[in-house]
Each structure stands twice: as structure tokens, then as C-alpha cells.
Ligand binder design. Structure first.
Ligand code: RP5
Length: 181
């Protein structure tokens, strides 16, 4: 959890119980082949005690499901959507075209083009329909960004993010101290 090389203990559960009931973050992906890439996002949200849901929504194989998911997301209580896709990677942009919620795009690297196709597809949204794009395969940052978005209105999430940042700082300082011994 917490990125490569980081083995962090769980954060304290500081989230009000009313916020634990319904999913606040939706994690969607174009295919089950994306699941291993998205697993770290689920692990981060679990660490922060943020309720989330995970499902597959394909923009080209299940277009009706895409419209249903994106158009109902805000009415179901979701506040942020993390959308991952590889290749043509139109899922995040299509979701952002339908929902008023913030959409975080995760470009997934396929066997060809090393994910550059997915990255450029997701990051190059035309003006008017934003997708906050993280680095290729960086589901950890997608989840952390979702926590920060939620933290803008929920002090407990903001405090938890501060604690997470402090943990990272402590880990690096520990490594520096070990090097300098
Ligand atoms: C995209 O096509 C998915 O997001 C996945 O990254 C890619 C390949 O899908 P599969 O052929 O593995 O189902 O829609």
C-alpha cells in the first residue's frame, strides 16, 4: 500500500460513520484486464476508510451501461469517479461528458505503445470537459487525488491526508538516516 516500497500501517479510523454508508468514490475500468492496475486504488481508499465501489464499464462494449452509470452516479451519492482505460481510452472522457462529478482518469498501459496511447487519449480532452489525468498505471495517485477532493469538504479526510503525507516524509527521513549512519 501507499506506493512502491512503502509498507504503511493503517491510518486511524477518523471518518464519521454517516460517511461510511454509501460509496463516495466509483472506480470503473474498461475491462477486467485493467483490474490488477486498479487494485492499488482500492487499497488506498480502504486505508482511508472511504467507501467505494468497483465495476467494469466499457465505453465501446457496453455503451448503454456507460450512459446509465455516468448519468446516475451523482444521484447515488458518488462524489468522485476514477475511470481507467487502455488503448483508445475514451471511457474517462465519455463519463466526464455525462456526469457533473469530478473524473480522474488512469491511463492503463497495454502491450503496445507502453500506455502513451492511453495517456494522450485521456489527457487531451478538449476544453469544456475536464478529466484530471494521473500518470500511466498510477492508480495510487488517482485514489489519493480522490481523497484530497473529498477532503476539501470533510476535515477528517484532510487530516488523514496530512497524516499520510507525514508518514511518507518519515519513511524518507528514515532512509536518509540509515544512509548517513
Ligand atoms: C480498454 O481496452 C480497456 O480499458 C483495456 O485497457 C483495453 C483492453 O481490453 P481487453 O481487450 O483486455 O478486454 O477498453
Amino acid at each position: 500500500l501507499g506506493g512502491p516500497g512503502l509498507a504503511l500501517p493503517p491510518l486511524q479510523n477518523t471518518v464519521p460513520s454517516k460517511l461510511r454508508q454509501a460509496a463516495l468514490v466509483g472506480i470503473i475500468m474498461g475491462s477486467d484486464s485493467d483490474l490488477p492496475t486498479l487494485k492499488p486504488a482500492a487499497e488506498i481508499l480502504t486505508r482511508f476508510n472511504i467507501p467505494f465501489e468497483v465495476t467494469i464499464v466499457s465505453a465501446h462494449r457496453t455503451p448503454t451501461r456507460l450512459v446509465e452509470y455516468a448519468s446516475s452516479a451523482h444521484t447515488r451519492g458518488l462524489q468522485v469517479i476514477i475511470a481507467a482505460a487502455g488503448g483508445a481510452a475514451h471511457l474517462p472522457g465519455m463519463v466526464a461528458a455525462i456526469t457533473p462529478l469530478p473524473v480522474i482518469g488512469v491511463p492503463v498501459a497495454l502491450k503496445v505503445l507502453d500506455g502513451m496511447d492511453s495517456l494522450l487519449s485521456i489527457v487531451q480532452m478538449p476544453r469544456g470537459v475536464p478529466v484530471a489525468t494521473v500518470a500511466i498505471n498510477n492508480a495510487v495517485n488517482a485514489a489519493l487525488l480522490a481523497v484530497r477532493i473529498l477532503g476539501a469538504h470533510v476535515p477528517e479526510y484532510r487530516d488523514a491526508m496530512h497524516a499520510y503525507m507525514k508518514e511518507q516524509e518519515n519513511i524518507v527521513e528514515g532512509k536518509i538516516a540509515a544512509l548517513e549512519e
